[in-house]
Design a binder for this molecule. Structure first.
Ligand code: ADP
Ligand code: MG
Length: 295
């Protein structure tokens, strides 16, 4: 291999909107057979909007939203931003939490106006042994069946409400997945979100149901990638979040969304500058062509 030809490859990459860490990256790019896609912010826009608020057990909807919003205002998560923004729109200024803890991949916990408040997955509530009224449990299942993400809001020992948020699939994601298939690659979806939400997104972009890996904690994403590699796959991982960084580093090839966090970009071998997933297929095609030319 001549370094000159490889550098031509990296230069063409820049034209395609792909930043390549170094010419040696092209070799692993060429060998990839499996592409694991993070859901939120990679396949979807990662910009959520609040669709509905459900309140139970004598709580009021505006109260649910205000307490949840106050807590979420301290979090960077796309769900948190949607909730805080909607809460501020409806109730104006939000109280500052006296305590705040981010529970990676599960939700947030803290104290607002003297009340211990929790916002997040059912699993987070279960861990704290908080009761879940049947009507709220039902609201969460209904939302998930529609492919929407629902989080519970709890205080004073029980869930008091449910917030339903939605995130749109990027308009280019289905074409990007189709292109990965044409290149002979197996696309997979990896997410911390609910299995039903993940299945809905997978169906929308053309990823097979058996290739959906859902409800994975951020700390376990890298283990999933390691397991796929142990099965003999050559794995590319595409992600955008802080929670994807370890998985990006573990994969044979890490691809970060240029629109994502610096942590993800630093952990990756390639950066898709505009956050358009179609550039992943472009990068793989380019790597194959470049190395064919050299031989
Ligand atoms: P993804 O893998 O899709 O990027 P995460 O691992 O960040 O998702 O989060 C997984 C799930 O944990 C979310 O779908 C949500 O139910 C819950 N969660 C995480 N952070 C928060 C938060 N700040 N507020 C509410 N729920 C959260
Ligand atoms: Mg993400």
């Amino acid at each position: 291999a001549t370094p000159t030809a490889l550098l031509v490859g990296t230069g063409r990459g820049a034209q395609l909107g792909v930043l390549i860490r170094g010419p040696e990256v092209l070799e692993s790019t060429r060998r990839v057979d499996t592409v694991v896609l993070d859901k939120t912010g990679t396949v979807t826009e990662g910009r959520m909007t609040l669709l509905s608020v459900v309140a139970a057990d004598g709580a009021r909807e505006d109260e649910v939203l205000r307490l949840a919003g106050a807590l979420e205002d301290a979090s960077e998560h796309p769900i948190a931003r949607a909730v805080a923004e909607a809460a501020r729109e409806r109730s104006g200024a939000l109280p500052t939490p006296e305590e705040f803890v981010n529970v990676e991949g599960l939700g947030v916990r803290g104290v607002v106006e003297g009340r211990a408040v929790l916002v997040g997955r059912e699993r987070l509530l279960a861990e704290e042994e908080l009761a879940m009224p049947p009507e709220l449990a039902r609201a969460m299942v209904e939302a998930a069946d529609e492919g929407r993400t629902a989080v519970a809001v709890a205080w004073d020992g029980a869930a008091r409400g449910v917030l339903v948020v939605a995130d749109a699939v990027k308009p280019t994601s289905a074409a990007a997945v189709a292109e990965l298939r044409r290149l002979g690659l197996t696309p997979m979806l990896l997410t911390g979100d609910h299995a039903r939400v993940a299945a809905t997104v997978a169906r929308e972009v053309g990823i097979e149901e058996r290739h959906v890996i859902a409800e994975v904690l951020p700390t376990d994403k890298a283990d999933v990638v390691a397991r796929l590699r142990a099965e003999g796959r050559v794995v590319a991982m595409v992600g955008d979040g802080v929670n994807d960084a370890a998985a990006l580093a573990t994969a044979d090839l890490g691809l970060a969304m240029g629109t994502g966090t610096d942590v993800a970009i630093e952990a990756a071998d390639l950066t898709l500058v505009s956050g358009d997933l179609r550039a992943a297929g472009d990068a793989i095609r380019l790597a194959r062509r470049t190395l064919t030319t050299i031989r």
